[in-house]
Design a protein around this ligand. Structure first.
Ligand code: GLC
Length: 460
């Protein structure tokens, strides 16, 4: 009998260990309510700027150029030797971000090529040793803080420069057979690299004051790949949390099974169908997107998204309860390319008059059906519903099921009243509105706004 109980106990405890659930806290102690509170500024702000900047701005053909073209460290060295962003003015970047309506920013302190924008004690491979000759991160942090934006770092887990980072399937010197990998990795020791990462992340999180977000990027477990064991993800994240307890962390440390192993999920260049869920629970999410195909400055890339696509990205993200992190890739002189400036301008023009449908907003309650060709967002604090007119209708606009719900209706951009009327027009083939519907009379002329927004003030 005793033996059976013992075996059962062992089995139960083993099951507990293997079947990690989203409720397991292994990294730190925090209740779901505390997490929600910690993330509340980010959930409110909805819109941030991603900045991919490094010596890959010189070749100007993707931040993965070293990998794509299988360059060795020696071949890549010319970009380090010629890095001198003489026009770097982060105050100007910060103004552009703010004018675009962005509320926080994340800059690549180190990308996969291993180059550090910050002066690190643990490597010579940093901005201080390029012709530019100084740390670029200090000024960045100060400039964005001065504009009142939340400040974040991206730090690449991958490092194609560090001598102890083992060659794997995404490395510039990737190979094909196990024997070859073994041969090439002789003498490389990931534990040395793990220590290096910890030291650098510690530098970033102690030398620059309060940091609001950290992006640790990325994992690719499996054969010739790397995951949480390789990065020492649990240890690393514990340290991050200890150094900056309020910080927000993305989900690419390969700790997805642990609910306290990440704060938000990060669909990349991907438009989600609906609010992402785990075990039926809606989870915080942020899509990161480029203006064109690459993150780093890419001179000859021509697939730039247009004004409407970019605005829809933002509106749609909020309509599904998410955030948008929109990327710029500054040039090797430190400037923001004219095309990116133009696109930021579009966002700003729209946000100046319509940000009320973005900040503090989320998915509309299910009872509200989106009218034709529109996207809804909703502010639970103010109980206002926002209808984004993706295609502008003609005169009569039917709001399904809204009769008796709307106290007042106006355009958001100019606060001009929209009349709630019976459908207007001669020779009508029956009413367009049913008993439950409401009809708004819109002006025939589309307002001078890329995507006009109707603001509905609802009855409580
Ligand atoms: C990917 C890419 C990288 C980019 C990032 C942004 O992980 O490797 O180049 O920095 O996504 O989300």
């Amino acid at each position: 009998m005793k033996t059976i109980t013992l075996v059962l106990l062992i089995l139960v405890s083993m099951m507990g260990r293997n079947a990690l659930s989203q409720s397991d806290n292994i990294i730190w102690d925090e209740t779901p309510e505390q997490r929600k509170e910690r993330m509340s500024w980010w959930t409110h702000d909805r819109f941030g700027m991603f900045i991919h900047w490094g010596i890959y701005a010189l070749p100007a053909r993707h931040e993965w150029v070293k990998q794509f073209e299988r360059m060795t460290n020696e071949e890549y060295q010319k970009y380090f030797d010629n890095f001198n962003p003489d026009l770097y003015d982060p105050a100007e970047w910060a103004r552009m971000a703010k004018d675009a309506g962005m509320k926080y920013v994340v800059l690549t302190a180190k990308h996969h090529d291993g180059f550090c924008l910050f002066e690190s004690e643990y490597t010579d491979y940093h901005a201080g040793n390029t012709p530019y000759g100084k740390d670029l991160i200090r000024e960045y942090v100060d400039a964005f803080r001065a504009e009142g934006l939340g400040v974040g770092f991206y730090y690449s887990l991958i490092d194609w420069h560090h001598p102890h980072f083992t060659i794997d399937r995404v490395h510039p010197q990737r190979t094909t057979s196990r024997e070859e990998y073994e041969r090439m990795n002789r003498g490389r020791d990931m534990s040395v690299y793990r220590e290096y990462m910890k030291n650098q992340v510690r530098e970033l999180l102690t030398n620059y004051g309060r940091i609001d977000i950290i992006w640790l990027d990325y994992s690719y477990p499996g054969e010739f790949g790397k995951g949480r064991e390789d990065w020492g993800s649990v240890e690393l994240l514990k340290m991050v949390r200890e150094l900056q307890p309020h910080i927000l962390v993305n989900d690419r440390l390969d700790l997805k099974e642990y609910r306290d192993g990440w704060d938000f999920t990060t669909p990349e260049q991907f438009k989600v169908q609906s609010w992402p869920e785990i075990d039926g629970e809606k989870i915080p999410w942020e899509t990161c997107q480029t203006f064109s195909g690459s993150w780093g400055y890419y001179r000859d890339e021509h697939t730039w998204k247009d004004k409407k696509q970019l605005l829809v990205l933002l509106i749609e993200s909020v309509s599904k309860g998410g955030n948008l992190l929109l990327n710029v890739g500054p040039t090797a002189r430190g400037t923001i390319d004219y095309r990116a400036q133009e696109a930021l301008g579009w966002m700003g023009d729209w946000m100046k008059y319509n940000s009320r449908s973005i900040y503090g907003c989320t998915q509309a309650p299910e009872e509200f059906e989106a009218p034709e060709h529109s996207i809804l967002t909703y502010n639970p604090e103010t109980n206002r519903l926002y209808i984004h007119l993706i295609d502008y209708p003609i005169t009569n606009y039917r709001l399904p099921g809204m009769r008796g719900r709307v106290k007042y209706a106006q355009f958001l951009h100019d606060a001009s009243e929209l009349l709630i009327t019976e459908p207007y027009g001669h020779h009508r083939q029956g009413d367009i509105a049913t008993e439950d519907d409401l009809n708004l009379r819109l002006p025939v002329t589309r307002p001078n706004v890329e995507i006009p927004v109707i603001e509905l003030i609802l009855y409580d």
